[in-house]
Design a protein around this ligand. Structure first.
Ligand code: HEM
Length: 408
């Protein structure tokens, strides 16, 4: 904790007073520019209009876990669990231990931008007798022709997303969340992911995925006037539709689409750089559109090359998925990369844990994936292996637990 909250000089001074071996480490850690102290001490508020873990920069480590309520557990047990989970998340996000029985794994670290985010899957509502309050936005995602989904790693009654800029802090939170679930819910699946660590690049940059592409450029930006309407459910609970009406308890919330997308890296890495860039329609080095400029230049989708063909190919991933090509359908992509060694097929079990946030998946992920599924240039190099859709309620007010407006 001291190293996490004190300035670099203060922390070094403290350790230098100790054993000689520690002093060597302290001298290394206090080199100018390492900024270790700010990574550890960065703290995200637990309370607010939206849950944490949606708008914050992607953290270096992530754990996604789905739980199913145990037989016999219903609404009362679920409410008690969300109350316990909220209390633990609030403490850990503030950098405090969980109290009696803390495992000690995060003891020396600050909160490291920890966020813990909670959501409900469609099956939760039947299990808790709340079917009448299930939002229509949560209707199951359609089956896509290229899906190769593993049901055991898909869906689930409850979903928790943990992110932190330190792997031990993230693991500590994961264990605390699992422990609080005992007797009420059991883990259905867990996925572990990562992103670039803060400070790895000289200045903040859009991250890269495991194909090496700059990934996230086209995301909606909070400064844009339609950002909130695209990402968050409005006051009153959204458009609803389908006769069931709006769900006021979802105000300030968002819908998370989670897809485990395997990258067929052995095939991808055989492509020339030029081919790889055509697949996306952007340059690999800096993410700029193939029609020129910098990463933030708008792509010119009309521009033709000397051969008369569009510079950004008709099947380029960034063309097909762009909101302008999909009636404005947009989502905030906030993924984690994953790598679980070599799969039984002898190829890397690696790819993207795609997490997309939107006010309504029927106007976000679904229409875009329908088009991509017809076969964009990226399709031969990826495989969707698991899927989930979760209603993530708005953030808790002081004294409230996450989901209280649904469960009380
Ligand atoms: C854009 C990669 C899957 C939706 C991009 C870009 C890259 C990329 C490199 C261009 C940079 C950017 O704007 O972020 C990937 C990879 C995927 C994947 C490697 C799978 C492993 C998906 C899926 C969807 C999607 C499943 C949604 C159904 C989008 C959207 C954009 C985008 C909306 C922004 C388009 C724009 O605004 O111009 N993707 N993508 N992507 N992708 Fe993907």
């Amino acid at each position: 904790r001291l190293l996490g909250s004190a300035g670099a000089a203060g922390a070094a001074g403290l350790v230098l007073g100790g054993a000689g071996g520690a002093a060597v480490h302290a001298a290394t850690a206090s080199e100018p520019g390492t900024a270790l102290s700010t990574v550890g001490s960065s703290r995200v508020p637990f309370h607010g209009r939206h849950q944490a873990g949606i708008l914050q920069p992607m953290q270096a480590r992530g754990h996604l876990v789905a739980f199913d309520l145990v037989p016999g557990a219903g609404r009362r047990e679920a409410a008690a669990l969300l109350r316990r989970w909220s209390a633990v998340a609030e403490r850990l996000m503030a950098g405090r231990p969980v109290g009696g029985g803390d495992t000690g794994v995060a003891l020396d670290a600050g909160p490291s931008s920890l966020t813990v985010t909670f959501g409900f899957g469609a099956s939760f509502f039947g299990r808790t007798g709340l079917t009448g309050r299930r939002p229509v936005e949560l209707e199951p995602l359609p089956a896509f022709s290229a899906d190769r989904l593993d049901a055991r790693r898909s869906n689930g009654d409850l979903w928790v997303q943990i992110g932190a800029d330190d792997a031990l802090v993230a693991f500590h939170a994961l264990r605390a969340v699992q422990k609080e679930a005992a007797g009420a819910a059991k883990v259905r699946w867990q996925m572990n992911g990562f992103n670039r660590a803060p400070g790895a690049t000289a200045q903040p940059m859009t991250t890269r995925n495991l194909m090496g592409q700059v990934d996230g450029t086209g995301n909606p930006k909070p400064s844009e006037p339609d950002f909130d309407a695209r990402v968050f459910v409005p006051a009153g609970g959204g458009r609803g539709g389908g006769g069931s009406g709006a769900q006021a308890w979802m105000a300030g919330g968002s819908y998370a689409v989670v897809r485990r997308i395997r990258m067929l890296l052995d095939d991808w890495e055989k492509l020339s750089l030029a081919k790889q860039e055509q697949v996306i329609g952007r340059r690999k080095a800096d993410g700029a559109p193939l029609t020129g400029g910098t990463e933030t230049t708008e792509p010119d989708l009309e521009k033709a090359g000397a051969d008369g063909r569009p510079v950004i190919a008709a099947d380029a991933h960034s063309r097909i998925s762009a909101p302008e090509q999909n009636g404005g359908a947009a989502m905030l992509r906030r993924p984690f990369s994953y790598h679980d060694g070599i799969g039984p097929d002898g190829e890397p079990d690696a790819g993207l844990i795609f997490v997309a946030w939107q006010a309504d998946p029927r106007r976000g992920f679904v229409p875009v994936q329908r088009k991509l599924d017809r076969g964009d240039a990226l399709s031969p190099f990826i495989r969707h292996e698991a899927s989930g859709l979760y209603a993530v309620p708005g953030g808790p007010a002081e004294g409230e637990y996450v989901g209280q407006r649904l469960l009380e």
